[in-house]
Unconditional design. Structure first.
Length: 75
């Protein structure tokens, strides 16, 4: 597998997803998104795998890459 090809990483993630290895699949989807942030299929696969149906791709990428400021939870 070519680790520099976002499409190859996405396809590997799909294979793992269908083998019910969801956590590993998400790792490949995230790696594909790091290489190609606008890879819509990898973004959709991440959303489906993580159950983030209501989020758009940009918010999903922010969540996955921990690019949000630290939040203080009050409770």
């Amino acid at each position: 597998m070519d680790s520099t090809n976002a499409d190859a990483l996405y396809v590997r993630g799909l294979c793992l997803y269908y083998e019910d290895c969801i956590e590993k699949a998400v790792q490949f989807f995230v790696q594909a998104l790091r290489m190609a942030p606008d890879h819509e299929k990898a973004c959709l696969a991440c959303r489906v795998s993580c159950g983030c149906w209501g989020w758009d791709c940009k918010i999903t990428r922010i969540f996955l890459f921990n690019q949000t400021p630290n939040l203080v939870l009050l409770g």
